[in-house]
Ligand binder design. Structure first.
Ligand SMILES: [Zn+2]
Length: 340
């Protein structure tokens, strides 16, 4: 037996058997990873919003914020469930002062499933040590965060200006790397091109260049949402259509916010739908205004469906298409097979 003990042989046989059994198993069904557990997408009823905020500090150096009142946010979440909201993704992470404990309390008290996200926001929010770290080191941090905190996505991953800083490029590459290791979806933040002239220092194709970096680093297009495309003055939806044709989701995720008037966003949505890309569209509102709280007379967390949805219907979008955009598209984006 060449020095091999019977026990070693049995152990090797056992390892062989168990790996054979593992390969014979059917693939695991995709899930949406929420703080309350992994959910079967088919079991989620109602609107799914892929980019909102339930806990943050903004501006980033603010010493207080309305979301500090966690009981209030749980109350708002409960009201949103009554408005038909079935699941919400919080787009914050530690460098935006998102509190995981707050999200856990909100989901528990409201019954609204919450997906927590990981990542780094943009150059001005980065912890100082990030500039000196390698892509691999940043990816290791992201994978560790996703594992420890049961994150269901990486986002919002942003850039401050029209051209990526070297560290912003590294963060995008690290997020793509972390996606390959965890299986989690990614959503991004793009600079706003909201005026009719655009913003002079922002290249019109900034979102496409952001996608270039993610793709080159190995991000999976089907689990990628390029965000804030509704903040481009782009009535023919040229950038949105170009993104959709590359197989990614297109985030119109600042609806009801005024950088671009909602009426113009409706025109761009209809252009995207007419181009045959309705299945690539994601809607959300990037909720970040105290004025929009129900408590203050606003439409609340479900405003994407309750305020923007009717505008699309009025413009001629079939109700079945709207329902698909608000429910099936975000579930397809979020559904994954987590490896952590
Ligand atoms: Zn956001």
């Amino acid at each position: 037996m060449d020095g091999m003990t019977r026990r070693t042989v049995l152990a090797l046989l056992g390892a062989g058997l168990s790996s054979a059994a593992a390969t014979a198993q059917p693939p695991r069904r995709p899930v949406i990873r929420t703080l309350g557990g992994d959910l079967d997408p088919a079991a989620i009823r109602g609107t799914v919003l892929f980019h909102e905020h339930l806990s943050m500090r903004f501006p980033l150096d603010a010493t207080s914020h309305y979301t500090d009142d966690v009981a209030l946010m749980a109350e708002e979440a409960r009201a949103a469930v009554t408005d038909g909201l079935g699941l919400i993704v919080d787009g914050g992470h530690p460098d935006m002062h998102r509190s995981l404990a707050a999200l856990q309390r909100i989901t528990k008290e409201s019954g609204l499933p919450v997906v927590a996200s990981g990542g780094f926001y943009m150059q001005r929010s980065y912890p100082p040590e990030l500039d000196g770290q390698s892509v691999d080191a940043i990816a290791n941090t992201l994978v560790a965060d996703a594992t420890r905190d049961r994150l269901g996505a990486f986002g919002e991953i942003g850039q401050q200006g029209g051209v990526l800083t070297p560290t912003e490029t590294k963060v995008l590459q690290a997020v793509a790397n972390a996606q390959r290791r965890t299986g989690l979806p990614i959503f991004t933040h793009n600079p706003y091109l909201g005026t009719r002239q655009g913003a002079a220092d922002i290249p019109r194709d900034a979102a496409l260049r952001q996608l270039d970096v993610l793709e080159a680093a190995g991000a999976v297009p089907a689990q990628l949402a390029i965000g804030h495309i509704c903040c481009h003055h782009d009535p023919n939806a040229e950038i949105a259509i170009a993104l959709a044709r590359r197989g990614v989701f297109v985030g119109f995720d600042r609806v009801t916010l005024a950088i671009v008037p909602d009426a113009d966003k409706v025109v761009a949505v209809m252009a995207l739908v007419e181009a045959g890309q309705a299945d690539r569209l994601l809607l959300s509102s990037d909720f970040a205004s105290a004025r929009s709280l129900k408590k203050n007379g606003g439409a609340g967390l479900a405003q994407t469906a309750t305020v923007f949805g009717p505008m699309l219907l009025k413009a001629g979008l079939p109700r079945a298409t709207l329902t698909r955009i608000l429910t099936e598209n975000p579930k397809r984006f979020l559904a994954c097979t987590p490896r952590v």
